[in-house]
Unconditional design. Structure first.
Length: 85
């Protein structure tokens, strides 16, 4: 799963949104940053901002009912990448 937020004037994000379709194949490098989830049965709170919501979507799926609260902030409601989910 890959999420790309279209940035006005952004060369790569604009290309990906306007030229690629679901199912197209692309070659990517390894992910950057540390987005790992430790196995736990404890209650969890997920917090994210901007496009940082992407790993939180998968964390939420993996943690299931253990997620007690999910908080996401974005500059504007229309810029939220998963607003329809």
């Amino acid at each position: 799963q890959c999420t790309v937020k279209k940035i006005p004037g952004g060369k790569v994000s604009t290309y990906l949104h306007e030229k690629l379709s679901v199912g197209d194949k692309v070659q990517l490098t390894a992910p950057f940053g540390i987005f790992t989830l430790e196995s736990t049965n404890e209650s969890s709170v997920l917090m994210s901002a901007g496009i940082g919501v992407t790993p939180m979507v998968n964390f939420s799926k993996a943690l299931g009912k253990n997620v007690k609260l999910a908080v996401h902030v974005d500059q504007y409601p229309e810029s939220f990448a998963y607003r329809s989910v």
